[in-house]
Design a protein around this ligand. Structure first.
Ligand code: AMP
Length: 369
């Protein structure tokens, strides 16, 4: 990730991929030009790197010139296009290929077409390295497109954010969610995740998602998801991954404006952890830490039997089911410790003691993140 001025950008298109795209465009255009000597017209400033790499790869004689237009103001493509340097040579009768770094709204292209209106060129073709179809509002034909990209602000390879970033050899994309804190609260059943999540969500203004609670809510309301989950939950087994992942994605989508999330009871399998990373990535975010409450099995069994007296949870009432849940945890879930340790994100916290003491221990970890 890089920072330009006040904003963060994440890697989007590598140097190698840009090179492959440019190469393909060179081949397509060289084939179409046959024996003509084309004039390539770069649109400054953004296209300087693209034009440079393009003509270096171009296998036949060509001419290169530039026009200089200004359109971007900060992050927005402005309607107001300034012509700073227009055409400085006569191109009548020539085959002209415009080389643009990016076409989004099409406003710059409109100005380019205006410039060429009375030039009597033999042929005017438009080639753009990047194209944002969702943003394009004009109907000029684009003859050569390097890569279609989503309507997100990018920098690098000639493109800038308020002057910075043009020198980067690869393309970076604006991170739209800048400051989320996402925690996985981890530990065996009965470790106290739910209790502690209540305090953490207040202190750090986070949305708490407990997959167990969501399933129980669905069971209570007799939804299709609830009916499906019930058969597994009653035995202390895990609900199948795809069902759980789809449910979690929906819960996160419901809270699109959150400062961050506490995931409690999720992920419980490797597939769920990967799905969570993918989901966070789609939000331009990430899991910051897995914080695990560590508690001995026998303490857990005692706590859950005690909770079962008042919680009304079937899976807390029966010692066999409780032990099965703990076994499921070690069989399927404990491997996630390695998953997050490998990313330097695992933090173990002693989960035995008073509720307030354990909260303090958790806060101490989160405050260092
Ligand atoms: P919990 O309230 O976290 O102890 O979860 C209660 C039960 O809900 C578990 O024993 C599972 O049957 C089901 N469950 C909750 N979260 C998940 C998950 N991430 N993956 C699969 N099953 C889950």
């Amino acid at each position: 990730m890089i920072k330009l001025h006040d904003l963060y950008f994440k890697p989007f298109i590598s140097e190698d991929e840009v090179d492959t795209i440019v190469e393909r465009m060179v081949n397509d255009i060289a084939n179409d030009m046959q024996d003509e000597v084309p004039v390539f017209v770069g649109i400054l400033n953004g296209s300087f790197m693209f034009v440079s790499d393009f003509v270096k790869k171009y296998p036949k004689p060509c001419e290169v010139t530039f026009i200089k237009l200004a359109s971007y103001e900060g992050l927005k493509s402005s309607e107001d296009i300034h012509r700073l340097i227009g055409l400085t040579q006569d191109l009548s009768g020539r085959k002209v290929v415009i080389l643009e770094d990016i076409i989004d709204s099409g406003n710059t292209l409109e100005e380019v077409n205006r410039i060429f209106e009375n030039e009597n060129v033999d042929e005017l073709k438009i080639a753009t390295l990047f194209y944002k179809p969702e943003a394009y509002k004009k109907d000029y034909k684009l003859h050569y497109i390097g890569k279609e990209i989503p309507n997100k602000f990018i920098v690098g390879y000639g493109l800038d954010y308020n002057g910075l970033g043009r020198d980067l050899p690869a393309i970076y994309q604006l991170k739209t969610t800048q400051y989320m804190t996402n925690l996985v609260l981890f530990g065996p059943p009965g470790a106290g995740k739910g209790t502690q999540a209540e305090f953490l969500k207040e202190t750090y203004n986070l949305v708490h998602i407990s997959t167990g609670d969501v399933f129980r809510f669905n069971i209570k309301n007799e939804t299709a998801l609830g009916m499906l989950a019930k058969s597994y939950m009653d035995k202390g087994e895990l609900v199948p991954d795809q069902v759980t992942i789809d449910m979690l994605n929906a819960e996160v989508e419901k809270n699109a404006d959150a400062n961050g999330f506490i995931f409690d009871g999720f992920p419980r399998t490797h597939a769920q952890a990967e799905a969570l990373d993918k989901l966070m990535d789609s939000k331009d975010s990430q899991i910051n830490a897995m914080i695990a409450l560590e508690v001995d099995d026998e303490v857990l069994v005692g706590r859950l039997l005690e909770r079962g007296k008042t919680s009304g949870r079937k899976d807390d009432a029966n010692e066999t089911v409780i032990r099965n849940r703990i076994t499921e945890y070690y069989k399927k879930t404990a491997i996630l410790k390695d998953y997050y340790t490998a990313q330097d994100k695992y933090f173990g916290v002693d989960g035995v003691g008073s509720i307030a003491d354990i909260t303090k221990r958790l806060n101490a970890v989160i405050d260092t993140l």
